[in-house]
Ligand binder design. Structure first.
Ligand SMILES: [Fe+2]
Length: 282
């Protein structure tokens, strides 16, 4: 049991802890909804994780830092999950090697979803059992858990797309219409003067500790394009030999591009040339 808050101040307490928790947890499942069962276990490089692992890990996080810390006498759903789904948190215990997450055929996808259901049930019980005096602290912990969940939702999308990208069958994450090229205003660069600015979180609402402390910093004069780069401009860059012209690169990027043998945008095997990125599952 935690005996004192992790925070020096409680920055934000969700008005309705239960619905906030449920909505955020369901988003992780919705991200995985388009996947086939085989897709859940893919880990196409060491830095990517299988979707199944992400789902197990975010549930483990809620179990470890919410249920185990707040619910007296709580027993983990499966003690082995504490090892398999721990990540980076050395203070919590040993952990399964990151590069080998795809080696885990067990627990199955169904078992990971069961784990999630059991922990969510435990969370509802915990909220019900917590008296009014404990709710602000519980709310702060839930907020931390859900911010962690959101980080993994971004990783889920990134990793799913990468894991599917290395397959010559060109499986799509989901069906979407790719618009035909449209006309864009010519690129313009907007100048900005150098200035001293405040940066860092102002401690109003949740933030991770690496977003503090708030401090001033000098921003040198710069120019920023007034719109995003288009795929057409990327193709133009390739067609004019952009990957072979050192004058178009900063030195570190140029060195990396040569060392890694880059000849197309860093989308690895999904780049299909001027035909674009169109892919389909069948
Ligand atoms: Fe995490």
């Amino acid at each position: 049991m935690l005996t004192k808050p992790l925070f020096t101040e409680v920055p934000h307490v969700p008005q309705d802890i239960v619905s906030t928790y449920q909505v955020e947890r369901q988003i992780s499942e919705k991200i995985c909804a388009p996947l086939e069962i085989e897709d859940y276990g893919l880990q196409a490089m060491n830095d990517a994780s299988p979707a199944k692992w992400h789902l197990g890990h975010v549930t483990w996080f809620c179990e470890t830092f919410l249920l185990k810390s707040m619910s007296e006498g709580y027993s983990p759903v499966n003690p082995v999950y504490e090892y398999l789904f721990n990540s980076y948190y050395d203070g919590v215990g040993p952990q399964w090697t990151r590069a080998y997450r795809a080696h885990l055929s067990s627990p199955t996808v169904a078992e990971v979803y069961d784990f999630s259901t059991m922990v969510d049930r435990g969370m509802l019980d915990l909220v019900e059992e917590t008296g009014p005096e404990g709710l602000p602290f519980l709310g702060a912990l839930v907020t931390m858990g859900l911010n962690h969940e959101q980080q993994h939702q971004e990783l889920l999308v990134t990793d799913i797309k990468y894991n599917l990208s290395v397959n010559s069958m060109r499986p799509a994450y989901h069906d979407t219409e790719i618009p035909e090229s449209s006309s864009w205003a010519p690129l313009k660069w907007l100048p900005f003067e150098g200035v001293v600015v405040w940066t860092g979180h102002d401690r109003q609402g949740f933030a991770f500790d690496n977003e503090w402390p708030r401090h001033q910093t000098f921003v040198a004069p710069f120019k920023l394009a007034f719109r995003l780069t288009t795929n057409g401009e990327f193709i133009e860059f390739i067609d004019v030999g952009g990957y072979d012209r050192s004058d178009l690169w900063l030195s570190e990027g140029w060195k990396t591009a040569k060392k890694e043998g880059w000849g197309v945008p860093y989308t690895g095997s999904v780049w299909t040339g001027s035909g674009g990125f169109r892919r389909c599952r069948a």
